[in-house]
Design a protein around this ligand. Structure first.
Ligand SMILES: Nc1ncnc2c1ncn2[C@@H]1O[C@H](COP(=O)(O)OP(=O)(O)OP(=O)(O)O)[C@@H](O)[C@H]1O
Length: 599
């Protein structure tokens, strides 16, 4: 595809960007109780139409600078970001910026083309037609040479293809400001050259393209127009590539002949702490260049916390390109597709439920209508509940954290609201969960010989469904809050105490007074009581008995054994309802917290 075929700007701009400046940026983090300054009053300017490389030794603060400029990090950052020497609106700025981090999380079971299509659906206004979106996606696929793998799922892509796809994601909305953090990491020299050439093409089209680059070869370096060298959180050089060696020489750093210019600049930057007398004047010189560039800008930074203007237009200018309802629909479709494509897990989930139903059904065969086997039947009920809870919470605990990176990236890229994501997650995962539980419950119910009455079947199913819903929400909250290495431990170990207070292992009357209130907190108590009432409550006629005498022939005796003769099925349904509501609120808060932690 030739460059002139590239699709036109879709995000409406207030005016053309010719320069992005930042002034007196400071970035401080808390480290073990003390403050660590990653960026030290750093200033500079990046221009449209030019490809700028940010270079510097490892740990100099290059990624920190991009995090601050892209708006991905806001906590602990002070200073000003200006476009064409003017302070801009935070909301507008976020719509103009695209930031490609070092490792862009992708949804593993979605193909390259679908990933780009979903990005187009989420990032482009709903006025943009389907045909136009398809053209944009096809153009990006062609531009980044992704035709060969367009129908491959993200999980099978090579490192270079993943990188190019992640760049493609940023191109969908045709942003004016593009930041890349080491786009060539993990690529061979040829792929690196290709990727930087793409960036150069993007810059030539009038965008402001800035990329952190790690030790580029001489050939790769030639592609950059401007260089910005960071040393220990400060600027050591900014300007055209061809002027860099001359500027360093005038500061007393002579580059040997045939030496790679990038290597030399990084070597000089590494001496920032060992040779400060020589390097400090150079840094001062760079600061005065930045100040000269910003001469026309007079702002006393009286409110140092504001990097950009706080948006005052929230009411009139929508933050997202599409409505929240559309966001919800697109996300639900995408999550459902990802779930269906994750064939191994989906099949395992369904098969697991069916297998469990069959195993429980054969082990506890026909115990439901046998007065001599009431205790076995009660054990069967708690077994069914335990399987439903563990299986439904553990599947999401393991899959949800993998999606969190995508959620954080897309939300920060202004693609959708937390609410849209929240509702889509709940809705998209619900049918599979319910289907599995229904299969398991019906098989187990039938084989274990529970009462063949429609109302009891429905009540039994209702409790199983509510327990599975609770478990799924519980798993999501844990998956959202805990790292993936921790949550598989946290979830089972926090479920077991709930089982303990279910009323099966120890009855309410046998508990110490101090523990009694905990039975009201245990969702297993509501689940177990609900199943027992659905099975033995509601004036069940006499239970069958194959022996001479069955003590539990009358269902009233079973209820008395469990101390639930005065309990109410609907109270248990309400108890689970409260749990589900609380978990929904917790999930929403957890998603917000997750975003806050990455600020
Ligand atoms: N949240 C944090 N808390 C404490 N220190 C941090 C934090 N984030 C970054 N740092 C430190 O700040 C310094 C700059 O980090 P940054 O990632 O910006 O460096 P970099 O120049 O991009 O390095 P590299 O080239 O190795 O990726 C490093 O010493 C890093 O350890």
């Amino acid at each position: 595809m030739s460059l002139d075929e590239t699709v036109e700007v879709v995000i409406p701009l207030v005016k053309t960007i010719t320069s992005l400046s930042f002034r007196n940026l400071n970035y401080t983090v808390n480290q073990k109780g003390s403050k660590k300054q990653l960026l030290k009053n750093i200033s500079g300017t990046f221009r449209s139409g030019r490809l700028t490389a940010i270079m510097g030794p490892s740990g100099a603060g290059k990624s920190s600078l991009l995090n601050a400029l892209s708006g991905f990090k806001t906590q602990g950052i002070t200073g000003r970001i200006l476009i064409n020497n003017e302070v801009v609106d935070r909301l507008k700025y976020r719509q103009l910026v695209a930031y490609n981090t070092q490792d862009v999380p992708l949804l593993q079971n979605i193909t390259v083309q679908e990933t780009l299509h979903y990005a187009a659906d989420l990032k482009l206004s709903s006025n943009v037609t389907r045909i136009h979106k398809t053209k944009i996606v096809n153009d990006i696929v062609a531009l980044l040479g992704l035709e060969k793998c367009a129908h491959n799922q993200a999980r099978v892509l090579s490192g270079g293809e993943r990188k190019r796809l992640s760049i493609g994601l940023e191109l969908v909305s045709n942003p004016k400001l593009l930041f890349f953090d080491e786009p060539t990491s993990g690529l061979d020299s040829e792929s690196s050259y290709q990727v930087i050439s793409y960036l150069k093409d993007l810059a030539k089209q009038g965008r402001c393209v800035v990329s952190v680059i790690h030790q580029p070869s001489s050939e790769l370096l030639e592609l950059f127009d401007d260089i910005y060298v960071v040393a220990d959180g400060r600027c050591m050089y900014q300007g055209a590539l061809e002027d860099m060696i001359g500027t360093l020489a005038s500061a007393g750093f002579e580059c040997p002949q045939y030496y790679n210019r990038a290597d030399f600049a990084i070597k000089v930057a590494s001496t920032v702490n060992t040779d400060p007398e020589k390097i400090n004047p150079l840094m001062k010189q760079m600061e005065s260049i930045s100040n000269d560039q910003l001469n026309g800008f007079h702002d006393e930074l009286n409110d140092s916390e504001k990097l950009l203007n706080e948006s005052s237009r929230r009411g009139s200018s929508p933050q997202y390109p599409i409505s929240q309802l559309r966001q919800f629909l697109i996300l639900t479709r995408r999550t459902a597709l990802g779930t269906i494509r994750n064939l191994t897990l989906t099949r395992l989930r369904l098969l697991g439920h069916i297998m469990f139903g069959l195993i429980v059904g054969s082990v506890f065969y026909d115990v439901g209508d046998n007065g001599a086997k009431v205790l076995a039947n009660i054990s069967c009920l708690i077994m069914i509940l335990m399987f439903i809870v563990f299986s439904n919470s553990m599947t999401v605990v393991l899959t949800f954290p993998l999606e969190m990176g995508v959620f954080v990236r897309e939300h920060k890229n202004n693609c959708y609201s937390v609410a849209a994501y929240f509702f889509s997650k709940i809705v998209a995962d619900f049918p599979l969960m319910l289907f599995g539980v229904t299969c398991c419950q019906l098989i187990a119910y039938y084989l274990t010989g529970q009462p063949n009455e429609t109302e009891r079947i429905a009540m039994f199913w209702g409790i199983c469904g509510l327990m599975a819903w609770t478990a799924q929400m519980y798993g999501m909250v844990a998956g959202c809050l805990c790292p993936v290495e921790v949550s598989p431990f946290v979830v089972p170990s926090s479920i077991v105490p709930m089982v303990l207070f279910s009323g099966f292992f120890i009855r309410y009357g046998e508990l110490l007074d101090a523990y009694k209130p905990l039975t009201y907190v245990s969702y297993f108590r509501y689940g177990f009581e609900g199943l027992a009432l659905a099975t033995y409550g509601f004036n069940r006629t006499e239970i069958g008995c194959e022996e001479m005498f069955c003590y539990y022939r009358k269902s009233k005796k079973v209820l008395e054994l469990l101390e639930i003769q005065n309990s109410n099925y609907w109270f248990d349904v309400a108890g689970l309802g409260v749990w589900i509501t609380v978990l929904h609120v917790l999930l929403y808060v957890s998603l917000r917290l997750r975003l806050k932690w990455t600020q």
